[in-house]
Write a protein that binds this ligand. Structure first.
Ligand code: TYD
Length: 223
């Protein structure tokens, strides 16, 4: 076990839920609070991550099991090269997708979600918080639709519905389920407050943000 002094904050959600935007906001907010933050994503830009992206472009080129093996290889690399050393060095890591994506996406292809979880948790450090950004599949797809044909979109929507169902089923202290249709800035502030709390640092949002919070939520108790 690596001695761990840092914090790991993870963003999860279906395609188009807005994870990357919120991950960027959180990293920025934590840096402004004086923390050393490293932003990472999976699939990574490393050897296995590049292979995943290349194969993903040729639909149907991999079986669900082969897909799972590639994501696991990519993750092992990420854990050994990045996550473990950074957490041991006391950094905050903000990670855009982690093994909950494997549970949800490969689980939605018929693999056993519980078995996927167990395999990952043998080597992957547990996150301190997992922000699950929830949007309906149709809405997520609208945000990223771009080049896909109607048929491909239809098929993708059915798949993402299953993925979303698995994401929504995660329960436990570290999971924070959030409605990603809410105002981005408001969502960002809520996420920052929760992350700061987790680090043990009292809330450090600026007075401007504090006033704004009060106006947005006049009845909310200061936490
Ligand atoms: P990416 O280019 O990172 O897209 P996004 O911006 O939506 O995160 O590609 C990630 C895709 O790979 C995404 O559709 C989810 C999928 N994925 C899995 O199927 N399993 C996994 O373990 C991970 C990390 C991602």
């Amino acid at each position: 076990m690596t001695g761990r002094k840092g914090f790991l904050f993870v963003f999860e959600g279906i395609d188009g839920a807005g994870k990357s935007t919120q991950a960027r906001k959180l990293a920025r907010g934590l840096r402004a609070g004086g923390f050393e933050v490293v932003s990472l994503r999976e699939p990574t830009g490393g050897r296995w991550g590049r292979e995943i992206r290349r194969k993903a472009r040729q639909a149907g080129s991999l079986t669900p099991d082969q897909e799972l093996e590639l994501f696991l290889r990519d993750r092992r690399d990420d854990v050994e090269r990045n996550l473990n050393p950074l957490l041991a060095a006391g950094r905050i890591v903000v990670l855009d997708r982690y093994y909950f994506s494997t549970i949800a996406y490969q689980g939605a292809k018929g693999l056993d979600p519980e078995a996927i979880r167990r395999r990952n948790e043998r080597f992957a450090p547990r996150p301190d918080l997992v922000f699950i950004l929830d949007v309906p599949a149709s809405r997520g797809l609208n945000r990223i639709a771009g080049r896909r044909t109607k048929d491909a979109l239809f098929e993708r929507e059915g798949y993402l519905r299953k993925v979303r169902r698995i994401f929504r089923g995660f329960r436990g202290r570290r999971f924070v389920h959030l409605d990603a249709r809410r105002d981005r800035d408001e969502l960002g502030r809520e996420i920052l407050v929760l992350a700061l709390k987790k680090t043990g640092r009292s809330v450090m949002i600026s007075n401007h943000d504090r006033r704004q919070e009060k106006m947005d939520h006049p009845h909310r108790q200061d936490r």
